[in-house]
Ligand binder design. Sequence first.
Ligand SMILES: NC(=O)c1ccc[n+]([C@@H]2O[C@H](COP(=O)([O-])OP(=O)(O)OC[C@H]3O[C@@H](n4cnc5c(N)ncnc54)[C@H](O)[C@@H]3O)[C@@H](O)[C@H]2O)c1
Length: 437
Amino acid sequence: MNISIFGLGYVGVVSAGCLASRGHKIIGVDINENKVDMLNKGISPIIEKDLPELLSQAKEKGLLSATTDTANAINSSEISLICVGTPSRANGSLNTKYIENVCEQIGDCLKLKKDAHILIFRSTMLPGTNRETIIPLLEKRSEKKEGKDFFVVFNPEFLREGTAVYDFNNPPKTVIGASTPSIADKVLKLYEGLPGPMIKTTLEVAEMVKYVDNNFHALKITFANEIGHICKKLGLDSHDVMNIFMQDTKLNISTYYLKPGFAFGGSCLPKDLRAINYMAKMLDLETPLLNSLMHSNNVQILATIKQIILYGKKKIGIAGFSFKAGTDDLRESPIIEVIETLLGKGYDLKLYDKSVSIAKLMGANKEYINNHIPHISSLMVDSLDVLLKDREVIIIGNNDKEFERLLSDSREDQIIYDLVRIGAISNARSNYQGICW
Ligand SMILES: NC(=O)c1ccc[n+]([C@@H]2O[C@H](COP(=O)([O-])OP(=O)(O)OC[C@H]3O[C@@H](n4cnc5c(N)ncnc54)[C@H](O)[C@@H]3O)[C@@H](O)[C@H]2O)c1
């Protein structure tokens, strides 16, 4: 395939070398003449392991050239990769100036080109940028239609500098965001045979995935560093500690605890977080990430209360109020805080949870109830049908399978507010709302 690559920085040059090694004919484009000259000689403009060999081989085979001329590049290729920079502005916002410039140049060329063209954007961009900025700009300049005369695909790049060639050939995943499925399949062919899942999705999801990845990486590094400082002060080797932590692939390095939903709670997480934060303070350490977690969790609880108040209804049913389905533990169950606030504001509440039997509660659990919601037994009902009968809003508070039927059995005039993503929500009625989906 003939492929033009706009932007000969890390992403562009690595893509050029790797795609040429897969037999594609590459024409690189940059506004920087030095980079263009170097690539035309088969020399890498960046320092990156294995790249000089790939570029000189590509040059020898006649698979590599470069230009500053956009029209030449667009006319001699069927597909373009756009890899120009998307830096931060001083206020932190995303600067799409370079992307917009390149789109204007490409749009002008598409206007004169007869054949359809595929534009694969690899530069990191916020969700909505392709649909709201890039496509309108290209359509305006080309006077053509996306999805018919040319196609826009977002294909985030996951390479790490230093191991970029290895990462290109061993991606953790390949993500193609596109509006036209046949185009997504065509783009996937460029990566045929590479390991990892091949995922087709929308433009916006593909754009978001890249930010989720990088923000999560930043979160992991910061978390490990804060733990490292605490360990050092305690005379512990943080690498010993984290090596053990990482061996837990069930709860730690796993998919667990990564599904958006309601606040955390229970008898352990809040208490242990408070204890480690207090200890860090006593050790004269700053741990801003660990310190922020309780605050973020409280924001989630307050947002839930705010949403319920916004519904403007007074008859509220809570389906599931123990901290987890199948347990009767109510200690620091975050939904209890929601219940307390609503009661304080005069709401008419009915609660249902088949795992909680007030008569059988004992010890710390009983004490918690007596101190926090002593009148809870008078609010409890013994079946979900009681909530379905007269509640205006039903809140799904834990993952008890029984609550799935609320999605189909509720009336159109009853609001279902789901804090846990119960079951197959695609079947839910229009009165259904998820807490963060
Ligand atoms: N560097 C990485 O490790 C990495 C990894 C994944 C994603 N990304 C993303 O990929 C994008 C590119 O990153 P990079 O590090 O390769 O950038 P870079 O700054 O190294 O290179 C960008 C290149 O684009 C060129 N350019 C600017 N305007 C142009 C135009 N109108 N026409 C042609 N070329 C033009 C610049 O001269 C420069 O050579 C960014 O959005 C970045 O966030 C980078």
